[in-house]
Ligand binder design. Structure first.
Ligand code: UDP
Ligand code: MG
Length: 311
């Protein structure tokens, strides 16, 4: 098998059939064999029903892995890796925002340029709001400064990798998966190509501001321990400031005398210190929580059904 297209699907009932059609059209006459590995990520709509129909028809080799519940796109990507047999593996969304024709170009690059192991598409420009794009830019700046990996801003999960890269990623069994970080962490030579995201065919995006924030925190905590260092630094800074203030208050007491005053100072300092402490405990908690989750050593996904095709 030359190419596996891994397609994570969560509530994409209206899109999966169109996706297959578009893929078949794109790879018509390409001269190599390919398979589509659909991952049904615990969809609540008719996605699985439609995938079963697509699987039964086998217009092209189709495999369906169905999760027991929604495990998230990252788990879908991992499941796709473990269930695909291609020499090259592509990750592509089901909503046709990412065109299968581009995968053909990616395959061509890997064929012709052996120095590259990954071809990753980055978005030329997203038609998204100024506020969101400001936060995205800030996130990439922050994570690149904090962590040991360098993420390219606008790079998406839309990419094609060689089997060797896939094997390296399968070895990373962390429970909290941040694909962009994982791709950067495994290394290999990446060729970036621009692409323009099309409009979603049907349904709506699963991302909102809150989930993007959580995703950003996931990326930062997962790839850097610098926030912990920051907590230490905060503690040190507060200690130095407190010491200076203590000297000031003692001198005031000795040389001027203190009348009962300072309500504002006390309340402000109490609140401020409380806030700093909670903030630092929160940071530590993020790491402890992840350690806890990881030590449980639970599987990244549970497949309740796998529909394979005859080879
Ligand atoms: N997806 C998934 N599990 C989820 C959320 C999303 O498998 O919990 C899939 C979704 O079906 C789609 C891809 O991930 O194929 C990208 O999701 P979406 O289109 O919502 O993201 P966007 O394109 O807006 O960034
Ligand atoms: Mg999309």
């Amino acid at each position: 098998m030359k190419l596996s297209l891994v397609v994570p699907c969560y509530n994409e009932a209206e899109n999966v059939a169109a996706f297959q059609e578009a893929t078949i059209a794109a790879f018509d006459g390409c001269g190599y064999d390919y398979e589509i590995v659909f991952i049904d990520d615990g969809s609540q709509d008719a996605t699985l029903h439609n995938l079963r129909k697509i699987h039964a028809a086998q217009k092209c080799p189709v495999k369906v892995v169905s999760f027991s519940r929604n495990f998230g796109k990252e788990a879908g990507i991992y499941a796709g890796l473990t269930h695909s047999s291609g020499e090259y593996i592509s990750f592509i969304d089901a909503d046709l925002q990412q065109r299968p024709e581009i995968v053909r170009d990616m395959v061509k690059i890997l064929d012709e340029q052996p120095e590259y192991d990954i071809v990753a598409a980055y978005q030329d420009r997203r038609g998204e709001g100024k506020i969101l794009s400001f936060f995205k830019k800030s996130f990439y700046k922050l994570i690149n400064r904090l962590s040991n990996i360098t993420l390219k801003s606008d790079a998406s999960d839309f990419r094609t990798i060689r089997r060797s890269v896939a094997d390296s990623i399968i070895d990373l069994t962390e429970y909290h998966r941040f694909s962009k970080g994982i791709f950067a962490w495994v290394g290999y030579n990446t060729c970036f190509i621009p692409y323009t995201a099309c409009e979603r065919l049907a349904g709506k995006t699963k991302w909102n501001f809150r989930s993007l924030m959580n995703y950003a925190i996931e990326g930062i905590i997962g790839y850097s321990t610098k926030p912990l260092r920051m907590a230490t630094f905060f503690g040190f800074l507060t200690a130095v400031a407190s010491l200076a203030y203590m000297i000031f208050v003692v001198c005031q007491k000795i040389f001027i005398g203190i009348e009962i005053e300072g309500y504002a100072t006390i309340i402000v300092l109490t609140l401020l210190l409380g806030a700093i402490q909670l903030f630092c405990i929160g940071i530590i908690g993020e790491y402890v929580g992840r350690t806890f989750e990881q030590t449980k050593d639970r599987p990244i996904f549970i497949a309740k059904e796998v529909l394979d095709y005859e080879k």
